[in-house]
Structures are given as structure tokens and as C-alpha cells.
Design a protein around this ligand. Structure first.
Ligand SMILES: Cc1cc2nc3c(=O)[nH]c(=O)nc-3n(C[C@H](O)[C@H](O)[C@H](O)COP(=O)(O)OP(=O)(O)OC[C@H]3O[C@@H](n4cnc5c(N)ncnc54)[C@H](O)[C@@H]3O)c2cc1C
Length: 347
């Protein structure tokens, strides 16, 4: 394990009283929420479980990246829609999914501190104790579960994005309303397909640029949808297209391609659907070791740091995760936590 600074156990007081939590969970997305639910279902008292979320609300990834009319599919990315723990998902709307997560927080009396970003985690050298430092406070916990997902920093293209075009080059379809516009979507996965479907419904003229010759990463429904839209002439697909540069042409993105048949084209907006990446730096500074590009994980998604777990998208590898994956990974982590930590430690 890389060395983490040892902090004094005097830290971690909430309102003057030291409360050593059984579990502190970082991130209130599907994985963090279900982790707290699993802890409650395992009999851990509400005041011994704490979720820290940097956004002002839970399920921020779903709210920001899912198009409003999206069907949230239970078998996303081809994962089997089988739930092993307390929480489960069937095909639902975006609102139904968020309401389910919302209701679960209330039903299980889960304490979430919103608007609090975790910046550092240090392990006590002797005791099974972590100090969790946020931009507002410090906490102590026997077990730490990191559920911060991979979309904090969406993947960016290799070429430079002109700063003057920041409002036109986007990484989601919810922060800027796009209507009756000419939009280029870049990507070839499920998100790219869903963005195209959503933007077409909003009366935009949509072009999809993909590096490859066929859509092998989309699920069947999303692949079928883009192919049908293209057949109907509602979507233009630029297969085998490589964007080399985007220029500011009087406030409009001018897209230049490597392939002569695509040449250069202007759009009102460009939306990137390139996925996200594991936050390597954050994980490495808190002592987590990597096996190549992926964090080294034991059974139950425990890292090399005893008592520190990764769940949700962070535990899913290069394929990326899903909501049911997040729920099931929390259940697997809880089994190991109960077996090895909670209960076996002094109160
Ligand atoms: C466009 C799109 C469509 C998708 N469609 C589906 C679908 O139909 N079905 C499906 O099953 N899956 C779908 N997914 C995947 C699914 O959303 C993810 O697998 C799931 O959200 C992962 O949950 P998570 O809790 O691991 O991470 P996230 O949902 O990303 O949650 C992480 C949370 O951690 C918080 N956080 C980050 N850093 C910190 C910090 N330092 N301190 C405190 N909090 C922090 C974030 O604000 C966030 O709330 C889709 C994803 C995208 C992008």
C-alpha cells in the first residue's frame, strides 16, 4: 500500500462529539445509495452510516447525463438484469428511477450530507480507522466505501477545444436546451444513440460521427433505433469519420475531418458522448494500487487498503457499469464488510 498520512484520532468530530461511523460512503449515486441501504439492512444503525455527496442532490449523474425522456433499461450494456441485493431496477423512465432512489433514502433513514466533497482519506497506522476529510469537515469510520463513479470528468477529444466555443461544445444534453438546431453527436455507444434519439425528438437536425464502420458497442434497441432513424432520413451517420480539429468560425463550431469525403462542416452544437474515466489520481493518492489501468480489487470489491472498498462504476472495469451492477456490487461489498469488519471490531 502506498503510504497515507496518519492523522490524529482526535479529528472527526461532528458538532463537538466524536462519532466513529461504521461506514462512510462517498458518492450518492445508485452505488452509494444502495451501499447505505445494504448497511441498514445488515442492521447498522442510521447514525453509524453516513453518505457524503459533492453535488447538492443525489443521483447527479442520472440527472445530468440522462435525456429527460430516456428509458432506463435494466439490462444496460448487456448486463443480466438479475438483482442480488436489497435494491433492484426494472425498465423505467428517468423520473421513476430517480424517485425510486429518492424514496429509498427516506424509507431507510439514510443520512446524506450534500454539497460536501471528499478531498482526502487517511488510514490510521494501527487501528482499523479512517479519517475522511472534506471541504467542510472531517469524519472517522471503520470502513470507507468509494462510490464516486467515472463521470466526474467525461472523456474529452484529443484535439484542443477552443475556449470561445465552450457553450457550443457539450458533454451532456441537459445543461443547454438544443431545439431546431444543427447538432453533431460524437461517439458510438448507447449514450450517443440516446442523445441522437432525444435531439431528433426536439426537432434538431442531427449528424452522428463515429470512428468505426459499425455500432458494436450499442445494445440492440439503441443500434436498431439509430439505423431506423438513418433509413428514414432523420439521422445522418458519418461512419469511419475522424474529427481532427474544431475551429471557431465566427462563434460557430467548424468541424474538420481527416476523411476527404466529410471535409469540413459547421454545426450549431457538438455533443460528445465519449464516456468517462476512472479518477486515477484521487484513488492513487488515497493509497489504492492499480493493476494496469484498473484498481486492484479483491473479493467483495475491497481494495489493497483493508476496509476500503470501491463499488458501482469504479468496480466495473473497462466495459463500464450499470445501475443493477451498482446495486449488486454494494451487496457483495456488504457481505465482506459484515464478515471481516463490522461486528468483529470493538464498538
Ligand atoms: C447517458 C447515460 C445513459 C445511461 N443509461 C443507463 C441505463 O439505461 N441503465 C443503466 O442501468 N445504466 C445506465 N447508465 C449507467 C449508469 O448511470 C451508471 O452505471 C451508474 O450511474 C453508476 O452509479 P455510481 O453510483 O457508480 O456512479 P454515479 O451515478 O456517477 O454517482 C457518483 C456520485 O458521486 C459523487 N461524487 C463524485 N466525486 C465525489 C467526491 N469527491 N466527494 C463526494 N461525492 C462525489 C457524484 O456527484 C455522483 O453523485 C447510463 C449512463 C449514461 C452516462
Amino acid at each position: 500500500m502506498q503510504s497515507s498520512p496518519i492523522l490524529s484520532t482526535e479529528h472527526g468530530n461532528e458538532g463537538g462529539r466524536v462519532n466513529v461511523h461504521d461506514i462512510v460512503i462517498i458518492g450518492a449515486g445508485p452505488a452509494g445509495i444502495s451501499m447505505a441501504v445494504e448497511a441498514r439492512a445488515a442492521g447498522i444503525a442510521s447514525e453509524k452510516v453516513l453518505v457524503l455527496e459533492k453535488a447538492s442532490e443525489h443521483s447527479f449523474t442520472l440527472k445530468k447525463f440522462y435525456p429527460d425522456n430516456k428509458l432506463v433499461t435494466a439490462n444496460y450494456k448487456g448486463f443480466e438484469a438479475v438483482c442480488t441485493g436489497v435494491m433492484c431496477l426494472i425498465d423505467s423512465s428517468k423520473n421513476e428511477t430517480i424517485s425510486y432512489l429518492d424514496k429509498t433514502i427516506g424509507d431507510h433513514d439514510i443520512r446524506v450530507h450534500y454539497g460536501e466533497t471528499v478531498t482526502k482519506i487517511a488510514k490510521h497506522e494501527v487501528k482499523q480507522l479512517f479519517i475522511i476529510v472534506t471541504d467542510r469537515s472531517e469524519y472517522q469510520a471503520k470502513v470507507v466505501v468509494i462510490a464516486i463513479g467515472i463521470l466526474g470528468k467525461p472523456n474529452k477529444p484529443e484535439y484542443r477545444i477552443p475556449p470561445t466555443l465552450r457553450k457550443k461544445l457539450l458533454f451532456d444534453v441537459t445543461t443547454t436546451e438544443m431545439k431546431d438546431s444543427h447538432v453533431l453527436v460524437v461517439g458510438g455507444g448507447d449514450s450517443a444513440s440516446e442523445y441522437c434519439q432525444y435531439l431528433i425528438q426536439k426537432n434538431n437536425r442531427v449528424v452522428l460521427s463515429y470512428r468505426r464502420g459499425e455500432f458494436t458497442r450499442m445494445n440492440d434497441i439503441n443500434r436498431e433505433s439509430v439505423l431506423v432513424l438513418a433509413q428514414r432520413g432523420e439521422l445522418e451517420i458519418q461512419y469511419n469519420s475522424t474529427i481532427t480539429l474544431i475551429k471557431d468560425a465566427s462563434g460557430t463550431p467548424e468541424v474538420q475531418y481527416a476523411e476527404p469525403e466529410y471535409g469540413s462542416r459547421t454545426f450549431d452544437y457538438v455533443v460528445y458522448a465519449l464516456g468517462g474515466t476512472t479518477p486515477h489520481n484521487f484513488l492513487k493518492t488515497i493509497g489504492i494500487e492499480f493493476d494496469g489501468d484498473a484498481p486492484y480489487l479483491k473479493e467483495g470489491y475491497e481494495t489493497n487498503v483493508p476496509g476500503m472498498f470501491l463499488v458501482g462504476d469504479l468496480s466495473a472495469g473497462t466495459k463500464g457499469g450499470s445501475i443493477i451492477w451498482a446495486f449488486n456490487s454494494a451487496n457483495a461489498a456488504m457481505k465482506r464488510i459484515v464478515r471481516n469488519y463490522i461486528g468483529s471490531l470493538p464498538p
